[in-house]
Structure formats: C-alpha cells, structure tokens
Design a protein around this ligand. Structure first.
Ligand code: SF4
Length: 255
C-alpha cells in the first residue's frame, strides 16, 4: 500500500466556504488506527480531517508506536511550539492549508464564529520558519483567490514554506455550485515562482475531473469511525453514493 489517509476526526474549528470534509464530531480511536496501519503495512500515512490537530493525542501516539513515514495536513490554527517540537522529534512532515493573502483567505477560511483565521495561520507559519521546518503549503484554487496567486507565492516564501501544492477546488460538498477557476492563473503563478526555490506538485499534468491519482488503487482513505475507501478524501466524503464500488466496509468489522 502506497498511501493511507487517516481522517483522525471529521470535526473542525474552521468553516471554509468550499469544505467537503467537515462532517460531524467523530474522533478516531487508537484501536481503529492500529488495525488499519497493521493491515496495510503502510509506508506512508497522512493525517487528515476535519482538522487533525483536534485529535493530536492520537497523531502523537501513532507516530510514537509505528515506523511509517507520517505527514499531517493541518489548518495550522492549533499549532504551537510544543506540538512543532514534538512533531519534529517524531519525524512528522507538516503541510499547512492556506489559500491567499489575508483578506481573501479570511473570506475563504473563517473560524466557526465568522472571524478570519489568517492571522493565526501566519503566526504558526512564522513559528515553523523559526524552527527551520521544511514544511509545505496547500492552496485550494477557486475563482476568489485565482488573481492573488502570485502575491500568495511571495507571502508563503517569506513565511518559510519550501513547497506549494495548488489544488483546484472540487465541485462537491459546499462548493457544489462554485464555478471552477481559470487554470491560466495557476500556470502564471508557477512560472512566477521560479524565482524562488520552491517545490511544486504539478497539477497541470493532472486531470481537473474528480478522478485523481488516488484512484489507481494505491491509496486508502479511512474515516474516523473506521470506514475504508479505495480513494482520496474528496471522493470518499462526497461521491460515494455514485461510486459504491470504492467502499468495502469498516475496519472494525474485522478482527
Ligand atoms: S476545508 Fe479543512 S480546515 Fe476548512 S473547514 Fe473543511 S476540514 Fe476545516
């Protein structure tokens, strides 16, 4: 098995306008994660959510008990010195979700009370920079932030990020009716970023449809309650009624 996505919770403290992943307040138990990690003998495990730092206790315990290559995709609002130091010690790679400079990001990624989250995210990125962490950022490209991608590249470089992943918004969940962005802005941003030594995931070679790299059978996504899908998080949460073949049961059904 190439990649295991573990949704350690589907709870989140943000309310991003395109979210497909915040689906409740379920938290994965150690026993569930243990079963699935041991079943697939995973080389690479990505903690995802919801916001995975809401279940940091489990993240830490798994990294302490298994030798996998662990990574976490976080909105970074709950990152602090203690967690950064622990994750560095445990070898957990960090990717921060942020989409744009302040005002636009605040509009796209607010807290549950409507306040913007950008200030806290940038504070966390500054901390990561101060610890010289080799971290990346993931940016969901929508029609609302497409014009700010060059500014965004400047911003994340200044805050110490070493890689960027541009993900085109998927028309599922809250973004079901959101128009797709113009890919030319992503091309321009990638060209623009050549001035910096930033690594990129080249989405321009990938399809903009819902079919993605995770569909090749080498990824498994597991929900907080242990439901397994041969797919990526987007499809597991949003398209499963249309792709029932992808789901094959609950981890906890088996012993
Ligand atoms: S996109 Fe991620 S950070 Fe934003 S509300 Fe959904 S789960 Fe939370």
């Amino acid at each position: 098995m190439k990649l295991l996505y573990l949704a350690v919770t589907n709870d989140c403290n943000l309310r991003c306008i395109y979210c497909y992943a915040r689906k409740g307040k379920d938290y994965m138990k150690f026993s569930t994660a243990k079963k699935v990690i041991e079943k697939y003998d995973c080389a690479k495990v990505q903690f995802t959510g919801g916001e995975p730092l809401l279940n940091y206790k489990l993240v830490k315990k798994l990294a302490e008990n298994y030798e996998c290559n662990f990574a976490i995709q976080t909105n970074a609002t709950l990152l602090d010195e203690e967690k950064i130091e622990e994750m560095l010690d445990l070898g957990i790679s960090i990717a921060v979700s942020i989409d744009a400079p302040s005002l636009v990001n605040d509009m796209l990624r607010p807290y549950a009370n409507g306040e913007g989250s950008t200030r806290d995210v940038l504070k966390a990125m500054m901390l990561l920079k101060s610890y010289n962490v080799d971290y990346g950022v993931t940016c969901v490209v929508t029609p609302y932030n497409q014009r700010y991608l060059k500014e965004f590249v400047d911003l994340v470089y200044a805050f110490g990020a070493r890689s960027i992943s541009f993900d085109i918004v998927k028309q599922v969940g809250k973004a079901k009716k959101m128009p797709l962005p113009d890919i030319k802005y992503v091309k321009e941003a990638i060209d623009y970023a050549k001035r910096y030594r930033l690594r990129f995931r080249n989405i321009l070679k990938e399809s903009l449809s819902l079919e993605c790299a995770a569909m090749n059978g080498k990824a498994v996504f597991v929900t907080p309650l242990g439901k397994e899908y041969f797919t990526c998080p987007t499809l597991a949460y949003s398209k499963i009624e249309k792709c029932p073949r992808l789901c094959y049961g609950y981890v906890n059904d088996r012993t």
